[in-house]
Design a protein around this ligand. Structure first.
Ligand SMILES: NC(=O)C1=CN([C@@H]2O[C@H](COP(=O)(O)OP(=O)(O)OC[C@H]3O[C@@H](n4cnc5c(N)ncnc54)[C@H](O)[C@@H]3O)[C@@H](O)[C@H]2O)C=CC1
Ligand SMILES: O=C(O)[C@@H]1CCC=N1
Length: 269
C-alpha cells in the first residue's frame, strides 16, 4: 500500500489524484488550506484532507509537492523537520532538485515530475527525473504513480524537465488555444456555439485518432487532406504566410526560458 500525501490540492494535484484513484493500492491524503477545495476533493475522490501539514512523514510515505513554484520554499521550510526520510516528488515547474534539497535541510530522496492535466482522464504525459542517488524502488514508486495517469518519459538530465515543460507540460494549453481559434472561426461562419464546439473537438479527436491508428507520417496525413489546386492548400498557405510553425517554436522556447528563469529566481538566497 502506497501512502501518498499531496501538499496542495489544486488543478494538477486533482488531475493526478483522479488518475490514481482508479489504480488500487494507494492511500491518498491532501493538505490544502482552501476549505472548498478540501470538500470537493473529499467528495469527488473519497480522499482524506487536512488543512495543516501532519506532524510527521515516515520513510515509507510519499509526499507530492503540488503547490505553485512561488510557494515551494515556504512549504519546504515547514516540511523539513517533519520528513523522516519520506520520498518527495515535486511537480513544480522550474525549481531544481538542489534548491529543493537545500530547503528540505539536505533531504536527498527527491524525484522531479512534469505532468500535464489530461492525467485527469488517464491520458496524461509526464516527464520524470531522479538524481543519481535515488534508488530503483523510489524511481519505481514515482513511475507507478504517474503511469496510473497516463504515459511517462524518464529524462537523463534535469534540464530535460525544462524541455518537457515546454512541450507536454504546458502543451495542453497550446492545443486548447488552437481549438479556441477553430471554434471562433466556426462561429464566424455562422455555426451556433454548441455546433462550433462539436465541429472543432470532433475534428481534433478524429485527426489524432487517425494519426495514431494509421501510424503514418504526420506530413503525409496532412498531404492526404491537401488536394492540389483545392481548398486546404489555401488555408495552409495562409498559415505559412503567418509563420505559424515558427510561432509555435517561439512559444515553446519562451515557455522553456520561463521555466529556467523561475528556477533561477526562486532558488536565489
Ligand atoms: N496546471 C498544470 O497544467 C501543471 C502544473 N504543474 C505544477 O503544479 C504545481 C501546482 O499548479 P496548479 O495545480 O496549476 O496550481 P493551483 O493554484 O491550482 O494549486 C496550488 C494549490 O496549492 C494550495 N496551497 C497554497 N499554499 C499552500 C500551502 N502552504 N500548503 C498546501 N497547499 C497550499 C492552493 O490553495 C492551491 O489549491 C505548480 O508548481 C505547477 O508548476 C506542473 C505541470 C502542469
Ligand atoms: O504554467 C505553468 O507554470 C504550469 C507548469 C506547466 C503547466 N502549467
Amino acid at each position: 500500500m502506497m501512502h501518498i500525501t499531496f501538499i496542495g490540492g489544486g488543478n494538477m494535484a486533482t488531475a493526478i489524484i483522479a488518475g490514481l484513484t482508479k489504480a488500487r493500492g494507494c492511500q491518498i491524503s491532501v493538505v490544502e488550506p482552501n476549505a472548498d477545495k478540501r470538500a470537493q476533493l473529499a467528495q469527488q475522490f473519497g480522499v482524506t484532507t487536512q488543512e495543516q501539514l501532519p506532524v510527521y512523514f515516515g520513510s515509507g510515505q510519499i509526499v507530492v509537492l503540488a503547490v505553485k513554484p512561488q510557494q515551494l520554499r515556504e512549504v519546504c521550510g515547514g516540511l523539513a523537520s517533519r520528513l523522516d526520510g519520506a520520498l518527495v516528488l515535486s511537480i513544480a515547474a522550474g525549481v531544481g532538485v538542489s534548491a529543493l534539497s537545500r530547503w528540505l535541510d539536505g533531504h536527498e530522496r527527491i524525484v522531479r515530475i512534469m505532468p500535464n492535466t489530461p492525467a485527469m482522464i488517464g491520458k496524461g504525459v509526464a516527464g520524470l527525473y531522479a538524481p543519481r542517488g535515488v534508488d530503483e524502488q523510489d524511481r519505481d514508486a514515482a513511475q507507478r504513480i504517474m503511469a496510473a495517469a497516463g504515459s511517462t518519459v524518464w529524462l537523463d538530465e534535469e534540464s530535460g524537465i525544462d524541455d518537457i515543460t515546454a512541450i507536454s507540460g504546458s502543451g495542453p494549453a497550446y492545443v486548447f488555444y488552437f481549438i479556441e481559434g477553430l471554434i471562433d472561426a466556426a462561429r464566424q461562419m455562422g455555426f451556433d456555439d454548441a455546433t462550433a464546439r462539436e465541429l472543432a473537438l470532433g475534428t481534433f479527436e478524429g485527426a489524432v485518432a487517425l494519426a495514431r491508428h494509421s501510424g503514418e507520417d504526420i506530413a503525409t496525413l496532412r498531404a492526404n487532406v491537401t488536394s492540389k489546386g483545392g481548398t486546404t492548400e489555401q488555408a495552409i498557405a495562409s498559415f505559412d504566410a503567418s509563420e505559424l510553425k515558427s510561432a509555435i517554436l517561439r512559444g515553446a522556447r519562451a515557455c522553456r526560458a520561463r521555466s529556467v528563469e523561475l528556477g533561477v529566481q526562486l532558488s536565489q538566497d
